[in-house]
Design a protein around this ligand. Structure first.
Ligand code: PMP
Length: 463
């Protein structure tokens, strides 16, 4: 298939550079070189406007689960646009795709998570969960339960509240303000960086004790919700120690604290399940937030899936108004895309593939730990991260200004592979349609790039 370019490439890059403030823009490098302009995508591959081809091991942004360029998706979207491009879902109106999708999500979600509220993405789903927790606690006669507990190195979105619930150290620049009062952060369950070289089981006990101590300090009567990504994604693919999530959930239950599983990344197959909190980790959340893989990135959509208990409590409240929602909540075209996406995941057994190929992918990536600059490869199935270090024994990091993750990612990019740099880390979350050949391609290319950068750092006298 020939690639059609609507405009010539230098124009696009220049226009973009002159006018487009990118999400998470890094002004210095952007002003120096501008952006890579993508023109086309098919399966796991992207083509830029100059016709260069890249294997997208980032999976868009943890989201292109079924792969790009599917005609079936285009047809489902086009059909819905012709039929009913929009109708609002406020108060007492709905549309077919929204109703069908809500029912479908209820059938896929664990336990009595039978109720669905749509948003436009992950950040506003987390924001709404924060509000729903406070609403629920108030109508349950516990109005003091307004405070929330989350973890360091978590990422929950980019709005005021969702970014305040998250806390990746590098994000907290002095020019933005965050809600500091009433949101508390516990230590990230990253066993690689456990204090005092603790083993995994001891670290798990330590984390649970930290949670209990924090509750004792704040008073459990003041805590409404606990927010947790089952695997912390953008904070560095942190897989918690065995037993950690169920133990944290048990403490939540004991104190009437709602467990909010932020499954924006982990739902819809990334870990081989519809939802990871129950199927992978044995935790029954009160609220699940999701987005990304819900439509595999074909259109923006997010959702909260929550229990009958929460619904009934809110509905029994005298006010009876859930005064939250967006113009595009339950957007019929986005919901039609999600329904088709889920149908494709089911028909092609992409959850099964994610488990089979994810296990292979994990093992191939783990082999990179043999390289002198790789301190740890961690993750699960189709979410994996490589942690680059200066010294494997001490786990000391390379100087931040070397930006080793970006150097490796740039080297990969020149070889036709996209991996995501995050400080000293490189992160991957390829589509669920990955094959064994793709696994080799990612493994071999990334290995060559890490070796190349490590050699360059030796030549530069840094390592
Ligand atoms: N929660 C998690 C766990 C995420 O990873 C993200 C996005 N990476 C979000 C929430 C925010 O989602 P969105 O960018 O769709 O607003």
């Amino acid at each position: 298939m020939t690639v059609q370019f609507p405009l010539n490439a230098p124009d696009l890059r220049a226009l973009d550079k002159a006018h487009h403030l990118h999400p998470w823009a890094n002004f210095g490098p952007f002003e120096a070189k501008g952006a890579l302009v993508m023109a086309r995508g098919e399966g796991c591959w992207l083509w830029d406007t100059e016709g260069r081809r890249y294997f997208d091991a980032i999976g868009g942004m943890w989201c292109t689960n079924i792969g790009l360029g599917r005609r079936e998706m285009a047809e489902a979207i086009a059909d819905q646009v012709q039929h009913l491009a929009f109708a609002n879902s406020f108060v007492d109106m709905t549309n077919g795709p929204a109703a069908l999708l809500a029912a479908k999500l209820a059938s896929l979600a664990p336990g009595d998570l039978n109720r669905v509220h749509f948003t436009t993405g992950g950040s506003d789903a987390v924001d709404t969960a924060y509000r729903m927790v406070q609403y629920y606690q108030s109508v349950m006669g516990r109005p003091s339960k307004t405070q929330m507990i989350a973890r360091e190195y978590s990422y929950h979105g980019s709005t005021y509240i969702s970014q305040s619930i998250g806390k990746r150290p590098g994000d907290r620049v002095p020019f933005f303000r965050y809600k500091e009062d009433g949101i508390h952060h516990l230590t990230a369950p990253n066993a690689y960086r456990a204090p005092d070289g603790m083993g995994e089981a001891a670290f798990c006990d330590w984390l649970v004790a930290e949670f209990e101590a924090k509750l004792a300090e704040i008073g459990p009567e003041n805590v409404g919700g606990f927010f947790a990504e089952p695997v912390q994604a953008s904070g560095g693919v942190i897989v918690p120690p065995a037993g950690y999530l169920p133990r944290m959930a048990a403490i939540c239950r004991q104190h009437d604290i709602l467990f909010v599983a932020d499954e924006v990344v982990t739902a819809f197959g990334r870990l081989g399940h519809w939802f990871a909190s129950w199927e992978e980790f044995g935790v029954q959340p009160d609220i699940i937030t999701c987005a990304k893989g819900l439509t595999s990135g074909y259109l923006p959509l997010g959702a909260l899936i929550f229990t009958d208990r929460i619904w009934e409590a809110m509905a029994a409240d005298g006010a009876r108004w859930f005064t939250s929602g967006f113009t595009y909540s339950g957007h019929p075209v986005a919901c039609a895309a999600a329904l088709k996406n889920i149908e494709i995941i089911e028909r092609e057994d992409l959850l099964g593939n994610a488990t089979r190929i994810g296990t292979l992918f994990e093992a191939r990536m783990k082999a990179l730990e043999a390289l002198p600059m790789v301190g740890q490869v961690r993750g699960r199935k189709l979410m994996v991260c490589v942690e680059n270090v200066a010294d494997k024994a001490t786990k000391a990091l390379l100087p931040e200004e070397l930006d080793v993750g970006t150097r490796i990612a740039d080297t990969c990019e020149a070889m036709g592979l996209l991996v995501r740099p995050m400080g000293h880390l490189n992160v991957m979350s390829p589509p669920l349609i990955l094959t064994a050949t793709d696994v080799d391609l990612i493994g071999d290319t990334l290995e060559a790039a890490i070796r190349q950068v490590a050699d360059a750092l030796v030549r530069e006298g840094v390592r």
